[in-house]
Write a protein that binds this ligand. Structure first.
Ligand code: WTA
Length: 654
C-alpha cells in the first residue's frame, strides 16, 4: 500500500467504544436484579422449567403457542424436517397473518382500541383503532387488486416512516401478495437492485418524508430507480411533504386519488393462505455479492413474532409499545408491525429524528402518549446520551416499565445510562440478539432475570444456541467462538428468494454434518450461561445498527468512472458502533486529491444512501489480495488498527 491521501475530515486513529466486558466471573455490582413489581406480575415466571420443557418437546411447546392464534384450518404437522435445511412449520394449516394482526381483533373489545399512534416530525398526529386500520388496509388491498396484484406477486414498498408503510405491508399480506420493503434511507442503486431481483410490477412510495426539519425526496429516487427497472408498471405515491415531483402519466398514480375512488372499498376478504406461503421478502447484506432476499412465511412467523414479543416484553393489554426502529428493517417488520399487532398492542410510531427540534423529542412523546415500553438501538442510546441528562429530566418518564435494545452489542456505559437515566433504575433492559434471518428474538433476557450490562442473557424458549469452534466443539466458558443454532424454530427464514443454493451455502454448510445454523457472529458464554455477542465474523458491517455489506459499498465505488478497484472495511466508532473505511485504486491517469475523495464518498451516498457514506477514503496503489484475487479485508483491518496482520502466506499485493 502506498500513496495514501487521507480524508482531511477523518481522524487518523479510529475511536474505540468501550466494548462489553466479558470476564469469566462478574462482580456482584454488575448484576441488576429486576424489581419485584415486575417479577410478581410477569407473563413467564420460571425460565429454567419452561426452557427445559421447550427443548424436551419443541413441537409441543410451539403447538401450544400456535393455539393462542386463529387459523382457518389447523395444521397436520407442527414441524416438517424431511427436507433439511428447508424446514416447514404448521404444515397443512390455513391462515393469513392479517387474520391474526387485524381480523380477529374486530370481534373483540380490541376493535375500538388504538392500533397505531403516529406522530410526524412536524408534530402532526394520526391515530388508528383496529377498526379504522382494517378499513384503511382493506381500501389499499382493493386498490392493489384493481391494479392487477395477484397472490404471490412481489410488491415493492419504499416509504418514509408514515402509517401508509405499515398499512401497505398489511394490504399486501391481506391479498396474498408478498411485500418487499426497501428502507426509505436507501438510494437509487439499492432500490433498483431490490426491485429488479423481485421483478416487481408495482411500487408503493411517497413524495418524501420529514427528517431533521428538511424533506427527503423519495419520489425522485424512486423515479431514477424505476428508470433502471423495466418490470415496474404501476407506481402509487403518497403525498406527504407536498414536494413537486415528476409523475409519468400511464405509470404514476397519487395514493389519495385512488383511495377516493369507488374501487377503494373499505371491505375486503382476507385471502386464505397456506401457513408456508411467503409473506414477505426482506433484503439484507451478506458476505458476497448483492443483498439477498430472505423469505418469511405467514404461519410460523406469526407464531414466532407474537410469542417472542409477548414473553420477552411481558406484554399487557393496556401497554403502549414503542419500537423506535424503521419499518424498513426486520426489527420494524417483526416488532413495529406484526408481533405487536397480533398481540393486539397499541403501537407508537414516529417519523423523524430523535433530536428534532430538541434532544428531548423522544422523552416528550413517551410522557405525552404514556409509552410503557421503549425498544431501540445502542446507537440511538449513545446519540441521546451525548446530550446529557437534563433533556430527559424535563419529562415524567414514570410510565416506562421496560426498555429494549437491538442491532449491535450495547456497551456497558450506554447500558447503564439507559438503565439509570431513562429507566430511572427501575426498568429492566431486554438486550435482544437476533437477525433478519431469524425473524424474531433468539437470545434475550426475560424481565424476571438478573441482567448483566452488555449480555443478551439466555436463549429464548426452544432455541438451542451454542458457541463452538470450527469443528463444532463447544468452546470453554469465557472463550470466543462461533454462534450456532442447533435446531429449527418457527420464525426462521425459509430460503433466499430465487437462490436456494445460496441459502444452504451461506447458513447451513459450515456445520452441515451437524445440521446447525451458522449465525455469522462470534460470541462467548460465561460460567452462568449468559451469552455475550461480540460481532460479525464475515464481511457485514453494522453501522449504527444498520446492516451493510462490504461488497455493496465496493460495487457502488467501482460504479464511478474514475475508480478501478475498491475495498471497504468496518472499524470501531464511538457513536455508530462501526464506521465504513474505504480504500480505492483509481483508474490509470486519475490523480488522488482530497476533493476526489469527497466526490467518491458522495457518490456512495447518492447510490446507496447516506448511511453508507464512508467515514474515510484512502487512495492506494495496491490492495492486499489472495492468490486467487480475493481482497483480504482482514489485512486492511489489522493494518488500520495497528494489529498483527496474521498469516500472510496467501497474500499478493496487486
Ligand atoms: C447484530 C437485526 C449484539 C448481530 C435484528 C447480528 C446484535 C446482526 C444484537 C443482525 C444484540 C443484533 N447484540 N449484536 N442484541 N442484535 N445484533 O439482520 O451482529 O439487521 O448478526 O437484524 O446484528 O442484523 P439484522
Amino acid at each position: 500500500m502506498s500513496n495514501p491521501v487521507g480524508d482531511p475530515k477523518t481522524p487518523k486513529t479510529p475511536e474505540t467504544p468501550e466494548t462489553p466486558e466479558t470476564p469469566k466471573k462478574l462482580r456482584r455490582t454488575d448484576v441488576f436484579h429486576p424489581p419485584s413489581s415486575i417479577v410478581d406480575q410477569a407473563n413467564v415466571k420460571d425460565y429454567e422449567t419452561l426452557y427445559a420443557r421447550s427443548i424436551a418437546d419443541r413441537e409441543g411447546f410451539w403447538a401450544e403457542e400456535a393455539q393462542r392464534l386463529s387459523w382457518y384450518e389447523p395444521w397436520t404437522k407442527v414441524l416438517d424436517a424431511s427436507h433439511r435445511p428447508f424446514f416447514k412449520w404448521f404444515t397443512g394449516a390455513k391462515t393469513n397473518i392479517v387474520l391474526n394482526a387485524i381480523d380477529r381483533h374486530l370481534k373483540t373489545p380490541n376493535r375500538n382500541k388504538l392500533a397505531i399512534i403516529w406522530e410526524g416530525e412536524p408534530g402532526d398526529l394520526r391515530t388508528f383503532s383496529y377498526h379504522a386500520l382494517n378499513r384503511e388496509v382493506s381500501k389499499v388491498a382493493n386498490v392493489l387488486k384493481a391494479m392487477g396484484a395477484r397472490r404471490g406477486e412481489i410488491v415493492t414498498i419504499y416509504m418514509p416512516q408514515i402509517p401508509e408503510l405499515v398499512i401497505s405491508m398489511l394490504a399486501c399480506a391481506k391479498i396474498g401478495a408478498v411485500h418487499s420493503v426497501v428502507y426509505g434511507g436507501f438510494s437509487v442503486e439499492a432500490l433498483a437492485d431490490r426491485i429488479q431481483d423481485a421483478k416487481s410490477r408495482i411500487l408503493l412510495t411517497a413524495d418524501g418524508g420529514f427528517r431533521r426539519g428538511a424533506s427527503t425526496s423519495l419520489k425522485e429516487i424512486a423515479n431514477a430507480a424505476m428508470a433502471r427497472s423495466p418490470s415496474i408498471e404501476v407506481c402509487i405515491t403518497v403525498r406527504r411533504t407536498g414536494t413537486e415531483c415528476f409523475m409519468e402519466s400511464d405509470r404514476d398514480f397519487w395514493w389519495h386519488d385512488l383511495m377516493a375512488m369507488p374501487i377503494a372499498s373499505p371491505r375486503c376478504e382476507t385471502e386464505v393462505m397456506d401457513a408456508e406461503d411467503p409473506l414477505f421478502i426482506l433484503y439484507t447484506s451478506g458476505t458476497t455479492g448483492k443483498p439477498k432476499g430472505l423469505v418469511h412465511t405467514h404461519g410460523g412467523y406469526s407464531v414466532y413474532t407474537a410469542t417472542t414479543h409477548r414473553m420477552v416484553f411481558d406484554i399487557k393489554p393496556d401497554d403502549r409499545w414503542w419500537c423506535a426502529a424503521d419499518p424498513g428493517w426486520i426489527t420494524g417488520h417483526s416488532y413495529i408491525a406484526y408481533g405487536p399487532l397480533i398481540n393486539g398492542t397499541t403501537i407508537m410510531m414516529y417519523e423523524g429524528a430523535p433530536n428534532h427540534p430538541y434532544p428531548n423529542r423522544w422523552w416528550q412523546m413517551i410522557e405525552k402518549y404514556g409509552v410503557n415500553i421503549l425498544y431501540t438501538s445502542p446507537t440511538a442510546i449513545r446519540g441521546l446520551m451525548r446530550f446529557g441528562n437534563s433533556w430527559s429530566a424535563k419529562h415524567d418518564l414514570s410510565c416506562l416499565r421496560l426498555l429494549g435494545s437491538v442491532g449491535e452489542p450495547i456497551n456497558p456505559e450506554a447500558w447503564r445510562w439507559y438503565h439509570e437515566v431513562i429507566g430511572q433504575g427501575r426498568c429492566p433492559i431486554m438486550d435482544t440478539w437476533w437477525q433478519t434471518e431469524t425473524g424474531g428474538f433468539m437470545i434475550s433476557p426475560l424481565p424476571i432475570m438478573p441482567l448483566r450490562p452488555g449480555s443478551a442473557a439466555k436463549p429464548f424458549f426452544s432455541i438451542e444456541a451454542a458457541v463452538v469452534d470450527d469443528s463444532g466443539r463447544d468452546v470453554a466458558p469465557g472463550e470466543e467462538g462461533k454462534l450456532v443454532i442447533k435446531a429449527p424454530w418457527p420464525g426462521m427464514a425459509r430460503t433466499i428468494h430465487g437462490d436456494p443454493d445460496r441459502y444452504v451455502e451461506t447458513y447451513w454448510k459450515d456445520y452441515g454434518a451437524q445440521g446447525w445454523y451458522k449465525a455469522g457472529d462470534s460470541a462467548r458464554i460465561d460460567e452462568d450461561g449468559y451469552f455475550w455477542i461480540i460481532g460479525r465474523i464475515d464481511d457485514v458491517i453494522k453501522v449504527s445498527g444498520y446492516r451493510l455489506g462490504t461488497a455493496e459499498i465496493e460495487s457502488a465505488l467501482v460504479s464511478h468512472p474514475r475508480v478501478a478497484e475498491a475495498a471497504a472495511i468496518g472499524l470501531p466508532h464511538e457513536l455508530k458502533g462501526n464506521a465504513i473505511h474505504t480504500f480505492v485504486i483509481l483508474r490509470h491517469g486519475e490523480e488522488p486529491s482530497p476533493e476526489l475523495a469527497s466526490v467518491l464518498k458522495d457518490h456512495v451516498s447518492h447510490e446507496m444512501g447516506p448511511i453508507a457514506r464512508p467515514e474515510s477514503l484512502t487512495f492506494v496503489d495496491a490492495l492486499p489480495k489472495t492468490r486467487s484475487g480475493k481482497i483480504m479485508r482482514r489485512v486492511l483491518k489489522a493494518r488500520a488498527l495497528g494489529q498483527d496482520t496474521g498469516d500472510l502466506s496467501t497474500l499478493e499485493e496487486s
